[in-house]
Design a protein around this ligand. Structure first.
Ligand code: XMP
Length: 426
């Protein structure tokens, strides 16, 4: 058959690849995961929550920064409201064992736990918290347990130079005023929040916005090498790239519009552009969309990402912005795409997908199982990433970029890699 030049390559997904096991000089527990969500900013757990109106507000952002990760406040609200969320994070205590809102005042929970030892504020043991079915006790117990595991592993809160919790904030590249207000409120970095940044007007607007703020601006979303080369050449001191188009669990762009760049391939593309520019490792890549757990996150890192961004990962946690819904005996939380009908009805999200697409839904809305405290997800990601990078032979994120390898796997191989020939216990 004649090559018409229309098929320009392959677009690999997390599912298409496996991590190649490599010689590891260190134990997984020694793998150092510190990394950068944006240029000049360091966190201990390379995981960032998505700026979505059922995911990240101040409450999740506070908890993630206390646990070594970071959140990006969504922008589907007025400038004043978004500024208030940022301020609340900057004013929150950094202490990871900070008593949860529902805890008795003056009571602290210390680890190691199971059962959980409760101490008073002077450190004296005040009792033992046992799992008592569902409810706030179970939540507190789990939260204390996972927090204790992270603290014992050496994870420290994500802090700015003044000892305050780190926080990112989402902006449209067209709203420089919002960007300036968020910087004044104390946001540590900004993340542009448009589905297809590689657009003449959006890039022009971003050039202007980046000149008007002093904090790093993570530019996205993009998916190609060309977009990274073009934007890096036009926008001064880019603070990072947010990459991946239509891989998100709630995305329907790939179906409705047919356009997509799976997150893993987007990372590979942008990393190759940055290598060409001699900026690989300097401009952080945030892998956004479709990350289901630490295995996917590790693949993104090996491909060249500094951090992974997750919406679905955090949508089910207590601290997310989604509403709790009970269906029968089970608890769920609402989760929706920012281009879903519900999100776009709130006027601030409507420009995410360019003006004409106001009439076009590019996201879905639904429910995800309630999954307890955010600390449980952070611990799962942290220890899972350490294990995954351990398999790859890398002792750090940088080593994973340099030495980590991925291999393509066939669909039959994928079947073999996933659990098979067993009826799973409920
Ligand atoms: P996950 O898989 O973590 O993906 O739930 C979250 C990411 O998906 C993007 N996003 C959307 N993409 N339509 C889309 O095509 C939408 O309505 C939508 N809302 C969010 C976004 O990049 C987010 O971080």
């Amino acid at each position: 058959m004649k090559d018409t030049g229309k098929i320009v390559g392959e677009a690999l997904t997390f599912e298409d690849t496996i991590i190649v096991p490599g010689f590891s000089p260190v134990e997984p527990s020694q793998v150092d995961l510190h990394s950068s969500p944006a240029r000049g900013i360091t966190i201990n757990v390379p995981v960032v929550s998505s700026p979505m109106d059922t995911v990240t507000g101040w409450r999740l952002a506070v908890r993630l920064a206390q646990l070594g990760a970071v959140g990006v406040i969504h922008r589907n609200m007025s400038v004043e409201e978004e500024v208030a969320h940022v301020r609340r994070v900057k004013e929150a205590p950094q202490e990871p064992f900070h008593p949860y809102e529902t805890a008795r005042e003056g009571v602290r929970i210390s680890g190691p736990v199971k059962p959980t030892v409760i101490t008073d504020t002077t450190g004296r043991p005040a009792g033992i918290l046992l799992p008592l079915g569902s409810g706030p006790h179970t939540f507190l117990l789990e939260d204390a347990e996972y927090t204790a595991r992270l603290v014992q592993a050496g994870v420290r809160p994500s802090l700015d130079g003044m000892g305050r919790l780190l926080v990112g904030a989402a902006v449209s590249p067209f709203h420089a005023e919002r960007a300036v207000a968020l910087e004044r409120a104390g946001a540590d970095f900004l993340v542009t929040d448009v589905a297809h940044l590689h657009n003449a007007n959006a890039v022009r607007a971003l050039q202007d916005m980046a000149r008007r703020v002093g904090i790093p601006v993570v530019a996205g979303n993009i998916g190609t090498r060309e977009a990274a080369l073009d934007i890096a050449s036009k926008v001064e001191a880019i603070g990072g790239f947010r990459v991946g188009i239509s891989s998100g669990s709630i995305c329907s762009t790939g179906v409705v519009a047919g356009a997509s760049m799976p997150t893993l391939q987007a990372v590979l593309n942008v990393r190759s552009a940055l290598e060409e520019l001699g900026l690989a490792g300097e401009i952080p890549i945030m892998a956004d969309g479709g990350v289901r757990g630490p295995g996917d996150a590790a693949k993104a890192v090996i491909a060249g990402a500094s951090t992974v961004m997750g919406g679905r990962l955090f949508a089910g946690v207590e601290e997310s912005l989604g509403r709790k819904v009970r269906v029968g005996s089970r608890l769920y939380k609402t989760y929706r795409g920012m281009a879903s009908r519900g999100a776009m009805e709130e006027r601030y999200a409507s420009d995410r997908y360019s003006k004409p697409s106001k009439q076009l839904e590019e996201g879905v809305e639904g429910l995800v199982p309630y999954s307890g405290p955010a600390s449980k997800v952070v611990a799962h990601m942290y220890f899972g990433l350490q294990a995954a990078l351990g398999y790859s032979g890398a002792g750090s994120i940088r080593e994973a970029w340099e030495n980590g390898l991925l291999a393509r796997i066939t669909p039959t191989g994928r079947g073999e890699v996933n659990p098979h020939d067993i009826i799973l216990s409920p």
